[in-house]
Design a protein around this ligand. Sequence first.
Ligand code: NAD
Length: 248
Amino acid sequence: MNRLKAIVTGGTRGIGKAIVEELVKRDSLKMDVAFIYNSSDEKANLLKNELQNSENSIMAIKADVSSFDQTQEAVGKILAEFGTIDVLVNNAGITRDNLLLRMSEQDFDDVISANLKSVFNFTKAVLRPMIKNRSGRIINISSVVGIVGNPGQANYVASKAGVIGLTKSMAKELASRNIKVNAVAPGFINTDMTSKLNEDQQNALSSNIPLGRIGNAEDIAKVVAFLCSPDSDYITGQVIAVDGGLTM
Ligand code: NAD
């Protein structure tokens, strides 16, 4: 049987890295994965070499997800090697937090481009092969703050709420082609993105989480793996909060 081919953006650290590892290693999936990164070649090569074996194919492609041209070029390279794309995980994201009064136009635009426009960029690039196959899975990483809002994160929240709207429209538009589109909304997950918070802030946050702990990247990766698997065949257009009960 042919191995399924996946693209994961922002794949060299945090949640993206955990997703790449889960898709490659999980026995029931064992996918060929191309991951997109934009900073450290060294980290990217390290991960590629760690996962590459005689049975699979792993690609590390450098691209800025907010650039339409770079993303089309990146997917072109992946298609030339993989031949098709079965799964797209739009994970890359940034924060540029500030109160609205102090938020610059640049910080607003950068966050919308990296978090929301990137989803459009990659989806456009993979649609033709998915439509041709009459099959595909697209998983967009949103955030629970895109559902409930958060002071000091207007740009980020707008981008993540936008990802939810985009997910639902894409799901309706692509359902007849058997392409399923879902969003995962992580709560508070322990990664570089959240390590900027001090211990008091972290304690205050976890005391509000019913399951009593901050999440880890693997908690998100397992749900993404489920959404890539035949077990989720009848799920599309959903936003799955993975947040220890924070936003129930
Ligand atoms: P992270 O900062 O550790 O990783 C983000 C990744 O995205 C990095 O690999 C980075 O290089 C990549 N990236 C950012 N901008 C890019 C660009 N322009 N082009 C290419 N790659 C780019 O963050 P994380 O915590 O692993 O977050 C992953 C996703 O999960 C993000 O979309 C984030 O918004 C979302 N999320 C995280 C949390 C959390 O608590 N950590 C909560 C909710 C949602």
